[in-house]
Design a protein. Sequence first.
Length: 380
Amino acid sequence: MTETNTRWDIFCTVVDNFGDIGVTWRLARQLVAEHSLTVRLWVDDLRAFERICPAIDIDAAQQYQQGVEVRHWPVEWVHTDAADVVIAAFACNLPNDYMDAMAARERPPLWMNLDYLSAEDWVVGCHGLPSVKYKSVQKIFFFPGFQPGTGGLLRERGLLEQRRRFQQDAAAQRQFLQGLGIERAPDAQLISLFAYENAGLDSWLDVLAAADTPTHLLVPEGRILGDVARWLEVETLTVGAIHQRQSLTVQVLPFVRQDQYDHLLWCCDFNAVRGEDSFVRAQWAGRPMLWHIYQQDEDIHQDKLDAFLALYTKGLSPAAAEAMNGLWRAWSAGQPIGEHWLAACKHWPELQENAQAWCLEQGLQADLATALVQFYLNWI
Ligand code: TRH
């Protein structure tokens, strides 16, 4: 369905953390692997990129990774011709010279702003609308989303089938976990924890430690480690550290490649995730989850959280929905979640079914890369 030989440029400025590069790297790879497109990914911070893709050479101005031409976006821009499709991720500003190169093309490129993910209703109405114009080149809003009429979510071809097979294969899971140094006790529930700093963590860990059943908590290196260390009353936590407190085992994991992180999510009974990309990946895992939303000025993230919760909990009984709402809202507000966790545990089978059903429902939508390509084909 694609026009081969179409050239795409994706521009990514790393604002903070790993979501900006996480999303654009995933998209770039998919456009190459599944749509045979020629893709350049311009990134201003190769160090952040290296964390999710260790093969990156942080000193290279140009390199190929998995078929994607990765270009270091230099402070001093060097003139280059504009591509057929130009994606500015998360409203980043393109170099002036590149904008002129877009305008100089005989046929202007399709210029799109790939926006942040939100479940809010207005997204459906704004997806695909014109944004600003530069000379003859019109910019278009492209919104990812959960509802028909949006750009959908990033999802690689065959991902859900691959995930299902892996979750049915106990030996493959054991082998994967052992590769990360994880020995899972047969009766222990496995939880992954990827979050920003969170004052509400203590109460959760208290409850997990005091529980009758064992929990193995896996914490990838990152911003929440300071809170975990404080709760454990240890000075520091480094990769490989394992601590036991009553029923709770806490283990610090290395930051792994994106595909390995997917497998980790697929192994776990419950995943705490954050930001945008890990949030989506936990949904594809089909297991109950908890989202630490990225905090924005004037609490505007609150509307995003409420909008997602309304969609995600629509199939739950009122009691289970209330428990999920309480848990998610408290966690994102940095409030104690111990009691909310216990309330949610009462509805565990229902939460598991809901996670599966939600994943299947979302899997019926066209994935974001395909939607972008289709948008281009409709546009030309
Ligand atoms: O890192 P994040 O918090 O990123 C973002 C940015 O802050 C961004 O500016 C903001 O706009 C956005 O959140 C909402 O969370 P996110 O989006 O989940 O990105 C993390 C990426 O890191 C994701 O691609 C998964 C990947 N990852 C790994 O590859 N290996 C790992 O071990 C872990 C824990 C994550």
